[in-house]
Design a protein around this ligand. Structure first.
Ligand code: MSP
Length: 674
């Protein structure tokens, strides 16, 4: 897609971005979906020799974040710092190879946004006026009367607020004709192309209004440089990240190397911002437009978009801990054709892992290495005898790389994986056809048997190369089992997948343990159903805000503190977020006799917490209890497991035994303890 060359490396460049996510809460598997897709694409392009710039980050300003911070008793910056640290941990867990992480609170970004705002004002593209209409805070979107659906936000269906305030406006209407022309002349600009029609019919053809681009009713954001009672609209602030991350307004350096972006990957609900507002801003700045905006579909749970506000989110950390990172990456990239909506269900996840990864792929590797070990003590002889039946497998190896490349260029991850799996399935069939165990019975068949096992191993080398962008750890595991040195580019580089016959093991092959253990499908589905039920609406689960009540209990607390104990301000206490949660599942942590690992149903999803209470409670005794959780404790690793909070216990003064703090009578999970 790129026609740029990096002057430092002479390689073609490829610039890919994800949306910058709101750090209003920890991210769920829907956000991971976009980021894993961008990662697979970046790894593929790097393997193809591109100089890749893969950008992700966080969109940290706005009313929604300001409110969340207030509720937690933290400053907005303290609040986002904490959530952003968790987001970076999640990306590292999911093996996301981003090159740059932008935060809209970065100084360079803020400077860039202000410079752009002033420039547009100076040239007359921004003017002062008064906004009167509706605002949806969760979406940070403005709506007119006739855009509302049943008086609610047309995007998310939630309450909107009447807003009347002085506001700066961007002359969006001025760019409508140029936008229509762009959409009509460049069918690649918006993918899938059906989304272009949606934009044309729903927004552009009915006529664009100028866009309110500043707010005066809250504080947390970038100020208009020449009028500091105004905060720049969070979507203008956010969209600019794609160029501020490259050093804009400096036109040299990274900006010259990577802009325009090859592709902005976004969920379909924000295609409108990326294909109307963003291009219009770029037109006003006289900058080239991104080459493509790809609006993928939603990951659904129980037919709803998975989202915090509906309360049906799935936590990727829990899934990775249970099945391994690559199993989750595989599911995300394979299950749903990229572009369409698709359902996440516990059953589809478990079945995919079992049939594709454990059976097809894992079994093939275990069988191949076991046979090489058993029949040749791990060392295939040089003499090999080919047979016509080999041609189909070898021919398929040669063709698969082309097929995968063609699909990756269109970001069809699921279909690309299907092609790789055809090769894997063909290999399994080749074992049935060639019956190595029968060949092994006769000494005269040694050369034929060696050829069969070589072909199988070599096909899996090819598979490892093709799989690397999708499942990086698995690719390495396959090569370890086949005793391939990672540094040997002759066997590991992308184009080596086109040359059958390069496999040269460095050491004796040993039987390899299953890289994806087989699952007990029913048991797994039952266990997951306890954790991700996805059926409780968020309204039912929201902790009740008890600000006033907490404030009055402050004085009482301070008065009754025993002498000799250091007094704290109420504000210090208010920093703690203590809530009620139910233990859905609990198990002992392998290798430790003190630790239990619990999955807790909180007010807004599932959390994993590791506690040092195994000497006082069994896992069975924990299940079903309502406990008190310190919800805003920084996540940390305990014995290799992520612990996202802490359970409160009383430590008996006499013997040091621990007793859990429980609630006197059942309350809704997420209820605040104050
Ligand atoms: N901050 C804005 C984006 C600004 S980009 C200049 C925003 N943030 S968000 O945190 O709400 O993230 C939205 C994005 O997360 C979606 O566009 C999509 O990429 C991803 N997803 C969130 N939930 C998802 C699903 N249930 N399914 C698929 N993708 C999802 O919007």
């Amino acid at each position: 897609m790129s026609d740029h060359l990096d002057p430092k490396t002479d390689k073609p460049t490829f610039y890919i971005t994800t949306p910058i996510y709101y750090p209003s809460d920890k991210l769920h598997i829907g956000h991971s979906y976009t980021t894993v897709a961008a990662d697979a694409m970046s790894r593929y392009k790097r393997a193809k020799g591109f100089d890749v710039m893969f950008l992700t980050g966080t969109d940290e300003h706005g009313q929604k974040i300001e409110k969340k911070a207030q509720e937690s008793g933290l400053t907005p910056k303290e609040f986002v710092d904490h959530v952003v640290a968790g987001i970076k941990d999640l990306w590292s867990l999911l093996d996301i190879s981003y090159d740059r992480f932008i935060r809209t609170t970065d100084r360079q970004h803020q400077y860039c946004v202000q410079t752009i705002f002033s420039k547009l004002y100076d040239q007359g593209d921004i003017y002062l006026g008064e906004y009167e209409g509706w605002y949806c805070t969760p979406c940070e979107s403005f709506w007119t009367d006739n855009q509302l659906v049943d008086e609610k936000c047309p995007d998310c269906g939630r309450e909107v607020h009447k807003t009347k305030e002085e506001s700066y406006f961007f002359r969006l209407s001025k760019y409508a004709d140029r936008l229509i022309e762009k959409f009509e002349k460049d069918p690649e600009f918006i993918q899938p192309s059906s989304r272009a029609n949606e934009m044309l019919n729903n927004f552009l053809r009915p006529g664009l209004e100028d866009l309110a681009v500043s707010r005066t009713s809250f504080d947390w954001g970038i100020r208009v440089p020449f009028n500091d009672s105004h905060i720049i609209y969070v979507w203008v602030d956010a969209l600019v990240n794609y160029i501020s991350a490259l050093g804009y307004p400096d036109l040299d350096g990274d900006f010259a190397t990577y802009w325009p972006a090859d592709v902005h990957l976004v969920g379909k609900e924000i295609v409108r911002f990326h294909t109307i507002i963003w291009p219009a801003l770029l037109m006003a700045l006289d900058l080239p437009l991104p080459k493509q905006v790809f609006g993928h579909g939603w990951l659904l749970f129980n037919e709803d978009k998975m989202s915090k506000s509906i309360g049906n989110v799935v936590d990727p950390v829990i899934l990775c801990a249970r099945y391994g990172v690559d199993a989750i990456r595989y599911f995300l990239l394979r299950e749903v054709p990229f572009g369409s909506d698709g359902g996440f269900s516990n059953t589809s996840l478990v079945n995919r892992i079992n049939s594709d990864l454990a059976n097809d792929l894992g079994n093939l590797l275990s069988r191949t290495t076991a046979m090489i070990s058993k029949y040749f003590a791990g060392d295939l002889p040089a003499e090999k005898e080919a047979a016509p039946i080999d041609d189909e497998l070898i021919g398929m190896c040669d063709r698969t790389t082309d097929a995968v490349e063609a699909l990756m260029e269109k970001m069809q991850f699921s279909l690309a994986l299907t092609e790789i799996w055809k090769l894997i399935k063909r290999s399994n069939k080749y074992i049935d056809e060639t019956t190595p165990w029968l060949l092994a019975k006769d000494e005269d068949n040694q050369a034929r048997l060696a050829a069969v096992l070589y072909n199988l191993a070599e096909t899996q080398r090819v598979v490892s190369v093709l799989l690397a962008p999708f499942l990086p750890t698995t690719a390495v595991k396959i090569r370890e089992a086949l005793r391939i040195d990672e540094r040997d580019v002759d066997q590991t580089a992308w184009d080596s997948s086109r040359s059958f016959g390069r496999w040269r093991p460095e050491q004796v092959i040993e039987p390899c343990r299953p890289i994806f253990p087989r699952l007990d499908v029913d048991k797994e589905i039952e266990a997951l159903n306890k954790v991700f039920r996805g059926d409780t609406p968020e309204e039912d689960k929201q902790p009740k805000k008890q600000k006033e009540k907490s404030a009055s209990s402050a004085t009482k607390n301070e008065e009754t503190v025993a002498e000799g104990v250091q007094l704290i301000e109420f504000a210090d206490f208010a920093k703690l977020r203590l809530t009620v949660a139910t233990v859905m599942d609990c198990e002992k942590v392998d290798g430790s006799d003190k630790l239990l690992c619990s999955q807790l149903q909180t007010g807004d999803g599932i959390r994993q917490v590791v506690s040092g209470i195994a000497q006082f409670y069994t896992a069975e005794q924990m299940a079903g209890r309502q406990v008190v959780l310190v919800e805003n404790l920084k996540p940390r690793k305990v014995f290799g497991k992520e612990s996202q909070g802490m359970l409160l216990c009383a430590e008996d003064k006499k013997d040091g035994s621990l007793r859990l703090l429980c609630v006197d009578g059942a309350v809704e999970n997420g209820s605040e303890v104050s």
